[in-house]
Design a protein around this ligand. Structure first.
Ligand code: PRP
Ligand code: MG
Length: 208
């Protein structure tokens, strides 16, 4: 049996859509309710639904052979898995944003709120800018509004959260999308894993 870890939430539906297009009968996952483990009727696959960073953890430890998770998480939590495909779903970006009167060029040492301290630190270090990173778990957009920080580093998809909280985008950092990752031992030892990835690749196309 192949075990596949899926990120619960935003990219879940699009992932199931790709699997269906690739020829897998995913109807057994239609009425999920609160269950978190699903085995296909033929016993060939098992899907587990977990939080994004935990996808990488399950794949790294070989409990899941394959995982689907955002590049944001892979950058923030690098680990021992192989990134195989860009699924082109969950497309968004990392950006710096702040209140409209923010001046990135003044000489004050900036405070930056983020759920992605590794990404934010690397971004400002590359620009030789000394900033203080304040780790926040979510609703990061309110940090500069309330004066906790000068700006944020966060994901922007539609831009609605920025707009509705009065923030503007200051700078693009990079494109993000969901990726298919694989446990290296599974890839080496289980032909079915490579066959599965090949089928998905036929749908999403080759990753450069
Ligand atoms: C994410 C992200 C942004 C928002 C981007 O937050 O952190 O806040 O979505 O999407 P948008 O540009 O389409 O508005 P999420 O809803 O996951 O909540 P959280 O940050 O509180 O975890
Ligand atoms: Mg958010």
């Amino acid at each position: 049996m192949i075990t596949i870890a899926l990120t619960k939430g935003r990219i879940e539906k699009d992932t199931v859509k790709i699997l269906t297009q690739a020829g897998f009968d995913m109807r057994f996952m239609a009425d999920k309710q609160r269950r978190l483990i699903f085995t296909s009727p033929d016993g060939a696959f098992r899907f587990i639904l977990v939080k994004a960073p935990d996808v990488a953890t399950y794949v790294e430890h070989g409990i899941a052979d394959i995982g689907v998770v955002g590049k944001d998480v892979l950058i923030e939590h690098p680990g021992a898995y192989l990134e195989m495909l860009d699924l082109n779903i969950g497309v968004c970006k990392f950006a710096v944003a702040s209140v409209p009167d923010y001046n990135p060029l003044d000489h004050k040492r900036k405070k930056i709120a983020t759920k992605y301290p590794t990404v934010a630190t690397a971004f400002f270090q590359a620009k030789n800018e000394d900033v203080e990173i304040i780790s926040i778990q979510g609703s990061v957009e309110i940090a500069p509004v309330l004066g906790l920080t000068d700006a944020i580093v966060d994901i922007v998809e539609t831009g609605n959260t920025l707009r509705e909280n009065g923030l503007v985008e200051i700078e693009d950092i990079r494109r993000i999308s969901a990726r298919l990752i694989v446990n290296s031992a599974s890839l080496k030892n289980n032909d079915k894993v490579m066959a599965f990835i090949d089928k998905i690749e036929e749908i999403v196309g080759k990753t450069e």
